[in-house]
Write a protein of this length. Structure first.
Length: 326
């Protein structure tokens, strides 16, 4: 496992972070504990969750954070294991009304701390952005929570490069903490526009990638394995009736991705791993710090995803995976 420091986080985070969306709901608590145990065995030291996770299930709101809090308590690992949670997501029944005012942030943070059964969150992400709310107002609120010790570091999820830049310039000018990283949808597979446009989420595009390569602002990638695309799909999958209307086909079937999967398989054969591991390693071998949030369902998947952190790819291999000649 490799680790790279992120400003403010108490420990250098592992390049692999476990995705916590289904923990305690689609993945029952006992199984969730097993996944978290396996992550730690592999050297992983953080999990990603959110205030809104499982709120779409009857009685599900907060179950991911509660399950993680219960595991941390059961294992006694609060000082050696980090939690990132996200807040200020719109209410699901009123997705068009943003919740990014200081009262929204403070309410969600306090509830998350209670569910996690902790006095602090290692990194607090804003789950969405609303460009009509001034960055100074948002950062002012977050910095108060930092000063009070309720948050250790700040991140922004689904924020554009322009807004990140504006926020971090404001922070530098006013001598306060800015965002240490951006959490955005990113994998070696490029999503089709229908996925890219989903409910205020943002995916990496060429301009954003160029921004990170230039600014070196770290990226924490979600949906980093494209749902397992690289191990599941070949060009022939286009004519597989079982996949015809699947989310995989709708979101990821395109020529760029079929070609990238072929290259990932070619490199995987050389390294004796699977194509998914290569696809994750692509994210972790950039000129800026890249981390992958991996949504694993089994201990075996956790181990295979963690293996990507040990794979060093050259800049030429990264460019070649993207499709550049060479
Ligand atoms: N900030 C945001 O707005 C946001 C949005 C979405 C997600 N997230 C975060 O990201 C996490 C993960 O999202 P995701 O589920 O979309 O991620 P993902 O890792 O791209 O997809 C998860 C799927 O990939 C497959 N998989 C997992 N490990 C694998 C491995 N080692 N080899 C091959 N296939 C593997 C599994 O498919 P099978 O189940 O078919 O085996 C699994 O269900 C969430 O839990 C959440 O923490 C954040």
């Amino acid at each position: 496992m490799r680790y790279i420091r992120l400003d403010g986080m108490p420990l250098a985070p592992s390049l692999i972070c476990l995705g916590g969306g289904p923990l305690g709901s689609a993945i029952a608590a006992e199984k969730a504990f097993e996944l978290l145990d396996t992550l730690v065995e592999e050297g992983g030291n953080w999990v990603d969750t959110a205030h809104v996770y499982a709120a779409w299930l009857p009685g599900g709101g907060g179950v991911s954070e509660r399950t993680i809090g219960a595991w941390i308590k059961a294992r006694g690992v609060r000082a050696s294991f980090m939690v990132g949670t996200k807040g200020a997501h719109p209410h699901l029944e009123t997705m068009h009304i943003s919740r990014l005012r200081p009262t929204d942030i403070t309410q969600d943070l306090n509830e998350s701390l209670e569910r996690l059964d902790s006095d602090y969150v290692d990194i607090y992400w804003l789950h969405r952005d609303d460009p009509t709310v001034p960055v100074g107002e948002i950062l002012g609120c977050l910095n108060e929570h930092l000063a009070a010790g309720r948050i250790r570091s700040l991140g922004a999820s689904n924020w554009t490069a322009a807004r990140l830049q504006e926020a971090n310039a404001y922070a530098a000018e006013h001598g306060i903490a800015g965002f240490c990283s951006s959490q955005i949808g990113w994998s070696l597979a490029q999503p089709n526009p229908v996925k890219a446009a989903y409910a205020g989420t943002l995916n990496m595009d060429a301009d954003t990638l160029a921004y990170h390569r230039h600014s070196r602002l770290p990226v924490v990638a979600y949906s980093s394995q494209a749902g397992g695309f690289f191990n599941k799909v070949t060009r022939a999958s286009v004519s597989d009736p079982a996949l015809a209307d699947s989310g995989m086909a709708v979101h990821y079937f395109n020529e760029t991705n079929f070609s990238r999967a072929e290259r990932a398989r070619e490199l995987a054969a050389r390294y004796g791993c699977d194509a998914n591991t290569i696809a994750v390693a692509y994210l972790l071998n950039q000129p800026f710090a890249g981390y992958a949030i991996t949504g694993c369902r089994t201990p075996q998947q956790v181990r295979a995803s963690c293996a990507a952190a040990d794979l060093m790819l050259s800049a030429e291999q990264v460019a070649w995976l993207e499709g550049e000649a060479g």
